[in-house]
Design a protein. Sequence first.
Lengths: 230, 334
Amino acid sequence: MIVADQKPIKEIKKMLQGRQNVLAIGCGTCVAVCFAGGKREVGMLASALRMATELDGELIQVDEAIVQRQCEKEFIEQLAGELDGYDAVLSMGCGVGVQTLADHYPETRVLPALNTKFMGGPTQQGVWEERCQGCGDCMLEYTGGICPITRCAKQLMNGPCGGTSEDGRCEVDPDTPCAWFDIWERMEKLEIQDELMQVRPPKDWSTSRDGGRRKIVRKDLQKPELDDGS
Amino acid sequence: MVDVMMKDGMKAGMKAYSQLERILASGQFAVTGEIGPPKSHDASVIRDKCALLKGFVDAANVTDNQTGIVRMSSIAAGILISNEGLEPVIQMTCRDRNRLAMQSDILGAAAHGIKNILCLSGDHQSFGNHPGAKNVHDLDSMQLIRMMREMRDNNQFQCGEEIKGGGPPLFIGAAANPFAAPVALRPMRLKKKAIAGADFIQTQLIYDMDRFREYMKKAVDLGVTESLSVLAGVGPLKGAGMARYMRNNVPGMSIPDHIIDRMEAAVKGISSDDKKARMEASRAEGIRICIEQIEELKEIEGVAGVHIMAIEWEAAVEPVVRGAGLYPRPEGIS
């Protein structure tokens, strides 16, 4: 899932300066699961902003709304007509949600309340970790199911570097396990460590950072061309 | 003249005919040193360090923004070093450049007569003075080694396109940290660098001779030393404090207690007020230990030389080299 984190309230207040009516819109999917932009968080942020701005003597009315998926037009269409009269919309979706709202409602100023962090999942209660960078050319086949592009600080494809500590930690941050230490342990356990002797060739990064946005076109799922009857 | 020598060298099966390559090929025990470029454009810093190393090492490494701190470019500093009559080993990290920039720098370095290039991943930028910088890591060190070999042997850019006029003559170096975790992987990793195309290896600082002997035994058994030369990293300790700090903070740094005990004993009985005398006694012991270690390394099968890292203490190189019986260095073997 996409994991996000709320921006500091100070930064959000600054974004909203000079506005009177704002609609905070949450999202019921990824960011709800990671407790950043679901119904509960929308309520908490809205009341925090009302209180903070009232204390400052410049009360901003913050109303609350939620859609199931901010990243899909079908879901945000339900908001049609509800945005009238607001100075701005404060999206509590991920970056995709913010942009989908802004694309769909070009007359409305859409502002981000979250910092979108990564694709990952919960590893323990209250902890989420990145697992995928969407490089577009998965190499997990060669690395025992552990992604060095995401989990190695240097994105080594033929690791590890010399910076692995005795207990298998990365020198960049002792809280971070060395991805290649873990890859080695996993592959040794599977008795496939000899596969690591293959020199992995340079990666084709064009699937990762191409010209502008990347896209997938599935012809089999597209609407058939209308038959012109000829 | 240079071209003729090169052709003769090539005939003898050499890759780049650098002084370092020739000494290693002749079977003589090689000595390399290290020069850190300044955090300025002051060329005199390089010249001063050259004066301390020249005649005592066969080639000097030039670090590439080491520890992620901006310094004079390693290639530019390498040209200055060449001009002083000392052969450079250019370090090239994968942190700051993509494959286009690397290949263009390799061609530029070769055009200036630079032959020895050492491939490194590069220290992470978070340790340096621009921690917010975006790192590149388009290639890793293994892929850089392979790319350089393909440029040299197959006259090919990384994309497969032909390098018209021939590939650059390169003597390809790489690094190894023998005692970093996972320890069982390290000899295999050295072998992988040989497979990728490394011609020589410089190791992390070695203080634990027993463990290094085991590592080299495994490397030799894997056939690593049949295709590359291993230069063991050594460095004189400045004091017991430095030794303890390195042991606790640098991954793979194995410093036995007896070494630290000796560094401590060296200053025993000298008043703590007499900082100068303590420093001199301590440094003299550091140099003595380094010399003894080189003597031990000479006896280890597969060790082809030493890489002396006397960082910001270049003056230590002369007494170490002399003390280890490695002076004078061979001159222009042909």
